[in-house]
Design a binder for this molecule. Structure first.
Ligand code: GH3
Ligand code: MG
Ligand code: MG
Length: 556
């Protein structure tokens, strides 16, 4: 490009020089032609004066020769540059000066004839010069025309080349600007995606449960890829199903699919369809132009998969942003599950999976406070397996554990999901029955007692025979304080034990038709733990009256 520009400039410069040179030549020649024409004109005028002198009678000769010399001075003035003509002019003057000195008219006529002939020679010389100069002028004119035409052509060619180069340059610049703009847009989008990933990370770290977490993930991914859709799917606890928790965009998410349907889950790495050398679409994917499956992999294994499907090709960089966010999701999900496991460990009994005593105390405190603020009444059941020591002694401690687990399962299937079922300690259980008055709680206690009686509990292939349970019931309507309510239910349980076991007793001032003990008028004054002893010592103490209104429904 640089060389061609230099060559073009050199050619144009050369042509310019030639055009100028030939133009100057032409103007010079034109000037010389005019000059020669003028000389010829002056010579002619001189000759015509000479002719007139020759025809003039003698006596007026003197004046005429002076006039001729005046006229010839103009010629001499014009031919100064031509040595030959200067010589001729001197000869002409010499001849004319001789004319006046000659006596004979014939000599004078001869001299005038010689001067006339000399002028003729000078005129011929000028004609010759005129011919040469006219030819030179024509040549210069032609050369100048050629040079100017060539210059114009060269300028046109150079102009054309320059225009082409300028156009190419313009296109290149436009392309470069477009690429620069695209890079800038990409960078802006990338930094926005990073900001979203960072904001999303904060959001998912703050999630309290998996529902909140997956909802936040769908929201952030929806903002990161507005033109795409997708879903978050997590592996079920049994690892045999991938369940779709949350979706975004126009994705037609399935409810669930087997782990084998997802290639990304199988391989344990991201599958980006448009970027893969071998396109292996997962079986759970709807028909789409491009899709990305990113597994959520923690150190303990796969947790689920993030699936994105788009109507156009998703650039690799954007898939990388999803990968970055996926790492954050995995971390947050692992943290959440660890937190949940820790929380569960702190509130669950490991043998039965029921809530522990600590959870029972906290929940009862909270629910009683709600009741005092005008909420629905709740009741507490205290349950104790009858003669459980015998089961341990007969079938062994492991069988006893199995029996406790079976009882836990029975409790979970008998009571409502909203009820709080706890292992209070050993073979003792407690249940908080939400939104339940005393009679409803008694009915539920009896229903469970019968269920235990009817259940055939076995361990290691040995039938444990008839297992029974005793239940104590108290309601928040009469005992608003946690300690009083628990001890009232406990006292009723002990009463059931004392009265032959396998029965349900209530602790109430208004027992109705239920087997009941009644609490003393000033509940704060007595010591519940001494209640049974005191009552057996003759009716003094807290149990001022023990009233079994009806005998237990079944004999012990
Ligand atoms: P009662 O009808 O008066 O309640 O008699 P009981 O034998 O059930 O009561 P006792 O308090 O005499 O005995 C409770 C037994 O429960 C003793 C203990 O070995 C057993 N036990 C407590 N916790 C567990 C446990 O986690 N697993 C097993 N297998 N047995 C337990
Ligand atoms: Mg017991
Ligand atoms: Mg016990």
């Amino acid at each position: 490009m640089r060389w061609s520009a230099l060559t073009s400039a050199a050619i144009v410069l050369l042509l310019c020089t030639l055009a100028v040179y030939f133009s100057r030549q032409f103007f010079d020649d034109t000037r010389w032609v005019s000059h020669t024409t003028a000389v010829i004109g002056e010579i002619r005028s001189t000759r015509s004066l000479l002719d007139k002198l020759a025809a003039t009678p003698s006596g007026s000769t003197q004046v005429s020769i002076a006039a001729i010399l005046d006229q010839f001075d103009r010629v001499a003035q014009l031919i100064r540059d031509n040595p030959l003509q200067v010589q001729n002019a001197q000869d002409f003057r010499r001849l004319l000066s001789r004319v006046n000195g000659q006596n004979s008219q014939a000599d004078a006529a001869n001299t005038l004839q010689a001067a006339h002939s000399l002028l003729g020679n000078m005129q011929s010389e000028e004609y010759r010069l005129l011919t040469v100069r006219t030819r030179s002028q024509a040549d210069a004119s032609r050369d100048a025309a050629i040079a100017v035409t060539a210059l114009c052509a060269a300028l046109l060619v150079v102009g054309f080349i320059l225009a082409l180069a300028a156009r190419r340059e313009f296109r290149l610049r436009a392309d470069a600007e477009r690429i620069l703009q695209a890079d800038k847009d990409e960078l802006t989008r990338y930094s926005r995606e990073l900001a979203l990933v960072s904001a999303g990370s904060e959001l998912i770290q703050a999630a309290q449960d998996e529902k909140q977490l997956t909802r936040a993930v769908a929201q952030i991914l929806g903002e990161m890829l507005p033109e795409a859709g997708g879903y978050v799917a997590l592996l079920s606890p049994s690892n045999d199903l991938v369940e779709v928790c949350e979706s975004w965009g126009n994705s037609k998410a399935p409810q669930s699919f087997p782990p084998s349907a997802c290639v990304a889950l199988q391989l344990g790495r991201k599958i980006h369809l448009s970027q893969s050398l071998v396109a292996i679409p997962c079986k759970h994917v709807n028909p789409c132009a491009d899709c990305i499956c990113t597994p959520l992999r923690s150190t303990t294994g796969s947790l689920g998969v993030i699936h994105v499907e788009a109507t156009g090709t998703v650039p690799a960089k954007r898939a990388d942003s999803i990968g970055l966010f996926t790492a954050q999701i995995t971390l947050a999900l692992t943290n959440l599950r660890m937190r949940e496991a820790l929380r569960s460990q702190s509130v669950r009994d490991p043998l039965t999976g029921l809530f522990n005593r600590r959870y029972f105390d906290e929940t009862l405190q909270r629910e009683l406070a709600a009741f005092r603020r005008g909420g629905a009444p709740l009741s507490v059941l205290m349950l104790d397996l009858d003669h459980f020591k015998r089961i341990n002694d007969t079938f062994g401690h492991t069988a006893g554990d199995d029996a406790l687990r079976a009882l836990g399962r029975l409790m979970r299937s008998t009571f409502r999901e909203s009820d709080v079922i706890c292992r209070y300690g050993g073979e003792e259980f407690a249940v908080i029955l939400m939104n339940s008055d005393l009679s409803g709680a008694y009915a539920k206690a009896e229903a469970f007692r019968h269920a235990v009686e009817d259940a055939s509990i076995s361990a290691n292939g040995h039938d444990m025979g008839r297992v029974t349970t005793s239940v104590g019931v108290a309601c928040s309507a009469e005992f608003e304080d946690v300690a009083q309510l628990v001890h009232a239910a406990d006292a009723a349980l002990y009463q059931a034990k004392r009265r032959g076991r396998n029965s349900s007793w209530v602790c109430s001032e208004q027992p109705g038709s239920m087997p009941a003990i009644q609490a003393p008028p000033q509940a704060t004054e007595f010591n519940w733990s001494d209640a049974s002893l005191t009552s057996e010592r003759g009716g003094r103490g807290p149990f001022h009256r023990i009233v079994p209104i009806n005998p237990p429904s079944r004999p012990v």
